[in-house]
Ligand binder design. Structure first.
Ligand code: FBP
Length: 262
């Protein structure tokens, strides 16, 4: 773990990472209700909001669109990814090198590890190469720590998520992005298992403003250091309104009620 509080992807010790790698991970289906968001520039525009500390994208999106936003948005380059077309045991192809991510202007790196998958051994070896190479550029490493695979029936149960944060700490991540383990207590335990490493929550599919903000409030109370969120922001008609509220809940530690009242 490197000290990352001075990194541009951290604001007051916390992060709000806007993720937009869904076109690869899920396919265009995530854009069906918001076809205008198929244009990545629209989501980069959203990422210029002060609450957003980085935007997470794959290499092709960074190459094509980041140059227009490099003054206003911090780039988190996701180094691996898998499409929903892949039907095998969970795995994620490394599609960008650390050297190339640095050349594209990355402020941080992202890497998925599916602990528990039959491909865990190779994924961890690939993570090692990326993590150690990233250190040469002082680039923080955010691990999408998503235990899943044929042996794991429930990938969000508390013991799985606390294993996910611990695994990320021990493998050298600087931030672990994990799914919500179902309760604030379980999140608090997952945070404890991570030692000094920051834990952030993964957004998930779109819910109501109040439901989502309440969950964010609960995980911040539980010691999480923010959020990496995609659909719950950019699938909304007015992402700015939600980001205004998230800014209050994450950085000012206001309640969801208070943030929505403003
Ligand atoms: P969401 O907030 O939309 O869930 O995005 C977070 C994220 O981790 C994305 O980076 C990624 O595309 C997606 O979720 C992967 O989720 P899953 O593997 O569970 O489908």
């Amino acid at each position: 773990m490197i000290p990352i509080d001075d990194s541009p992807i951290v604001r007051d010790g916390k992060s709000l990472i806007l993720a937009m790698d869904h076109g690869l991970e899920h396919g265009p289906v995530d854009f069906e209700d918001v076809p205008e968001k198929l244009d990545p520039s629209t989501v980069f525009e959203t990422a210029t909001h002060d609450a957003v500390t980085a935007m997470a994208v794959q290499k092709g999106i960074a190459e094509g669109y980041y140059p227009s936003y490099e003054d206003d948005v911090n780039l988190l380059l996701k180094l691996n990814g898998t499409s929903n077309l892949w039907m095998g045991e969970p795995d994620s192809a490394v599609n960008c090198s650390v050297d190339y991510a640095a050349e594209l202007g990355a402020d941080a790196l992202g890497f998925t590890v599916y602990g528990g998958s039959n491909h865990e051994i190779e994924m961890v070896e690939e993570f090692r190469d990326a993590q150690e190479n990233g250190r040469e550029y002082d680039l923080p490493m955010v691990m999408w720590s998503y235990p899943r695979g044929q042996g794991l029936k429930n990938d969000t149960k508390p013991s799985t998520i606390s294993y996910a944060t611990r695994l990320a700490l021990e493998l050298g991540a600087d931030i672990a992005k994990v799914k919500y383990p179902g309760s604030p207590d379980a999140m608090a335990h997952a945070v404890d298992c991570a030692g000094d490493m920051k834990v952030i929550m993964s957004g998930g599919s779109k819910t109501s403003d109040y439901e989502f903000l309440s969950q964010v409030e609960a995980v911040i109370d539980a010691g999480a250091k923010g959020l990496a969120v995609g659909r719950n922001v950019w699938q909304r008609e007015d992402p700015t309104r939600l980001l205004d509220a998230l800014e209050k809940v994450i950085y000012e530690e206001e309640t969801a009620d208070a943030a929505l009242e403003a």
